[in-house]
Ligand binder design. Structure first.
Ligand SMILES: Cc1cc2nc3c(=O)[nH]c(=O)nc-3n(C[C@H](O)[C@H](O)[C@H](O)COP(=O)(O)OP(=O)(O)OC[C@H]3O[C@@H](n4cnc5c(N)ncnc54)[C@H](O)[C@@H]3O)c2cc1C
Length: 580
């Protein structure tokens, strides 16, 4: 049997953080603050602190300002957003940590919007009673990266982490490869925190880093998943073919000039920039029934461009550049432009407890990897989860819980034993696409997968027939995964991404097929009613037969093994907010 050292670069650490986005950085900071003596290593596919979603835009932060009413907010979130699928204990804990998280940003030196007299600018979150919003600048990651470095966190960049290592029933780190040099890495760790985001199927450019690698890796070693059916966010309307310009919901018209908000959300208050499911389904119906395309038609006086926020220079500069680019490329004026509602996906279903522990010993999952799985948001893809402005907040808060918890575990745990044979199998699987002469190109597989994950007819306006048709198409992609061929290391990374994305799509579709009711962002045309009598339950998914043994996470070519579905009753009797 080969030793680990002959198989690749072996790095041993106390706490391994997979993903150096905002969640990963904060988890590392908090682990170090808990126990400065521990070695903490971040392994990041791109560049720690410069990658992930929070670098795309800081923007909104939703929080409980002193004087706000947590009970009103929680009541609203459970009844009107999560539709009772929330873990109300974790939600309550989360809500009470939000103000501290905003203060923490200020302490780290991130730029928050201020009033002229220097106080934090905040305003009521009009879509969520009892809660407030503030704004943060785009460069919010920089001070956190600096803090992590100052505390002695090690950064290992350009490492695509593929699979998790096991030592018996315990997670023992991860393996991956350097996307520049092709070196194989064996990262042995006492505690591992997955902070590598959700799955967005590469449909929207800003969301492209989310390929569900952490969700898939956790599933392959036997971790439970929860709320996977809510991995179907169609978050905003945007100008068709531009992927930019969130146009909101107020002024959308069909080809007959009917206002769609009035048609599908009669009597609703201001809708904000996020797209409610009733309106999304209505838009799809309009197009299917021949009343498309949908256009943006504000009254002339309201034809506004992006309004810059206050005193956030990076955000203002970003918005100015977008407007300049649109002028440069001669896009038509905003009024009457055709709009679309592309998929964000946001599959984030790794099941976690209140400390962000997964169901496997030694493994935590935070941020966009576990937002839905934490059940903080309930029957809603996340983010926007409990409300717009919660993506960054959940990442930071869940990291602040996971970091210290993982550090305490690592301080007590012995060094993990990792079996060389299992690692050798994993290495062969990792590099197999490079060995093939011909086969399926990852771009082909990604495109085939997008054709089923993205259309609303499969993933939003669901029915048994269409979900089964979608699953058959996912199955067809899955069958060809063992034929994936990579021309170079860049494409090797894409091969593993599509492997993860295929599994995420299957998790979402299988969970959606099981839930025979409509609730929140899960709409079944064949079961249009919410069924509290039978469905106050979470759908739980795990790999059939539990985890793969021998330190290996999967078998050659498979994308995770068969899926076992079950349900878990929500302890609604123990919660404060219950159906009336
Ligand atoms: C355009 C845009 C606007 C947004 N606006 C807001 C807003 O206004 N307010 C708000 O609260 N939220 C907003 N969000 C959401 C918010 O940015 C995310 O919820 C948040 O960044 C999640 O943090 P995370 O660290 O969990 O994941 P990510 O930010 O996705 O970071 C994950 C990291 O893991 C790395 N990674 C992925 N796979 C691997 C792998 N296999 N191996 C190693 N590393 C890997 C990625 O490169 C990335 O650096 C916005 C998101 C986008 C895209």
């Amino acid at each position: 049997m080969k030793t680990l050292e002959t198989l690749g670069e072996v790095i041993t650490t106390d706490v391994l953080v997979v993903g150096g986005g905002i969640g990963g950085l904060v988890a590392a900071v908090k682990a170090k603050e808990e126990n400065p003596g521990l070695d903490v290593l971040i392994a990041e596919k791109q560049t720690t602190g410069w990658a992930g979603k929070a670098t795309k835009i800081g923007g909104f932060l939703a929080f409980l300002k002193p004087g706000d009413d947590p009970d009103t907010f929680i009541d609203f979130q459970v009844r009107s957003c999560g539709f009772y699928l929330n873990d109300q204990r974790t939600l309550t804990k989360y809500v009470h940590h939000t103000n501290e998280a905003v203060q923490q940003f200020a302490d780290w030196g991130a730029r928050l919007a201020k009033t002229p007299d220097g106080a934090l600018l905040s305003f009521p979150a009009f879509w969520a009673p009892g809660f407030s919003m503030t704004l943060i600048d785009i460069d919010l990651m920089r001070p956190i990266r600096a803090r992590a470095r100052k505390l002695g966190t090690r950064f290992l960049d350009k490492i695509h982490v593929v699979d998790l290592l096991t030592d018996g029933d315990r997670i023992a780190g991860a393996v991956g490869f350097d996307i520049v040099t092709g070196r194989f890495y064996i990262l042995k760790a006492k505690a591992t925190i997955l902070a590598n985001g959700s799955c967005g199927y590469k449909v929207r450019r800003f969301w492209v880093s989310g390929t569900g690698d952490g969700v898939a890796a956790a599933f392959r070693v036997g971790a439970e998943m929860r709320n996977a059916e809510f991995g179907n966010l169609y978050g905003h309307t945007v100008f068709q073919d531009t992927d930019s310009g969130m146009v909101g919901c107020e002024h959308l018209v069909n080809s007959a000039g009917e206002n769609l908000k009035q048609k599908y959300l009669p009597g609703a208050g201001p809708a904000g920039v996020f797209l409610p499911i009733q309106l999304a389904i209505g838009m799809q119906r309009e197009v299917v029934e021949g009343r498309g395309p949908i256009r943006f038609a504000p009254p002339p006086s309201e034809e506004v461009a992006h309004k810059p926020p206050v005193e956030l220079p990076k955000l203002e500069e970003w918005m100015r550049r977008i407007q300049e680019r649109e002028r440069q490329y001669g896009l038509p004026s905003e009024a009457q432009r055709e709009i679309g509602a592309p998929l964000h996906g946001e599959t984030s279903c790794v099941k976690v407890d209140q400390d962000m522990r997964t169901t496997l010993e030694g493994l935590w999952a935070i941020g966009d990897a576990s937002y839905a799985g934490s059940a903080v948001a309930g029957a809603m893809p996340s983010p926007p989860g409990i409300s717009p402005g919660s993506g960054v907040m959940y990442a930071v808060i869940s990291a602040a819980w996971a970091g210290p918890s993982a550090a305490r575990y690592a301080a007590e745990a012995g060094p993990p034993e990792v079996d060389g044979r299992g690692v050798e199998t994993l290495k062969q699987e990792v590099f197999a696409p490079l060995q093939r002469e011909g086969g399926v190109q990852p771009v082909e597989a990604i495109s085939a997968l997008q054709d089923v994950a993205a259309p609303m007819k499969y993933n939003l306006r669901r029915s048994k027939d269409r979900l089964e048709e979608g699953l058959a198409r996912i199955e067809a992609v899955k069958e060809r995964l063992p034929e994936l061929q990579a021309q170079d290391l860049h494409y090797l990374s894409k091969c593993h991404e599509v492997r993860s994305m295929t599994l995420c799509a299957e998790l979402t579709f299988r969970a959606a097929l099981m839930r025979t009711e409509s609730r929140g962002f899960h709409f079944r045309e064949d079961y249009p009613e919410t069924d509290d009598a039978n469905w106050l339950k979470w759908v739980i998914l795990r790999r059939a037969g539990g985890r793969a043994g021998g330190g290996a996470a999967g078998q050659a070519g498979d994308h995770g093994g068969d899926i076992e579905l079950s349900t878990e009753s929500i302890p609604i009797g123990e919660y404060t907010v219950r159906p009336k």
